[in-house]
Design a protein around this ligand. Structure first.
Ligand SMILES: [Zn+2]
Ligand SMILES: [Zn+2]
Length: 137
């Protein structure tokens, strides 16, 4: 069954027809600053499983490190999807990640049926808050 999601104002809508991967809470400084919260709950989805239903034109992004885009609704500011481009450090190291989006789990309107864990990568790599770290979705 597809999972639907939307931004706070409802102008951006999407649907995911596939598995959520790497559901976890990221506590890195950039996620905390971006969310204005103690952590960001995120998951990865295959881009092939992700469909825009509305408002894709409202998606803006901010590059928090080169090639790592944090996408948000231009109208309400809600975080929606993040992605790496091929020139990002993480994308160069993990080309398979270029086929995925990171989504803000809180934007889902349907119950994803998963509980955020603490993936190894978020504990190991993200504990380092130096500005040059490679960001993953
Ligand atoms: Zn919005
Ligand atoms: Zn983070």
């Amino acid at each position: 069954m597809a999972l639907r999601g939307s931004c706070r104002c409802g102008c951006v809508k999407f649907e995911i027809d596939g598995r959520l991967m790497g559901v976890g809470n990221c506590h890195c400084t950039t996620c905390r600053k971006t969310q204005g919260a103690a952590f960001r709950t995120r998951a990865r989805v295959r881009r092939a499983d992700f469909r825009w239903l509305a408002g894709q034109d409202l998606l803006h992004s901010s590059e928090s490190t080169p090639g790592f885009h944090r996408g948000f609704c231009r109208n309400c500011g809600a975080p929606v999807v993040n992605w790496n481009t091929a020139d990002s450090e993480y994308g160069r190291r993990n080309p398979a990640m270029l086929e995925t989006y990171g989504i803000a789990v809180a934007t889902l309107d349907d119950d994803p049926g998963v509980t955020p864990g603490f993936p190894e990568e978020s504990v190991a790599a993200r504990a380092d808050t130096s500005p040059n770290q490679a960001e993953s979705l």
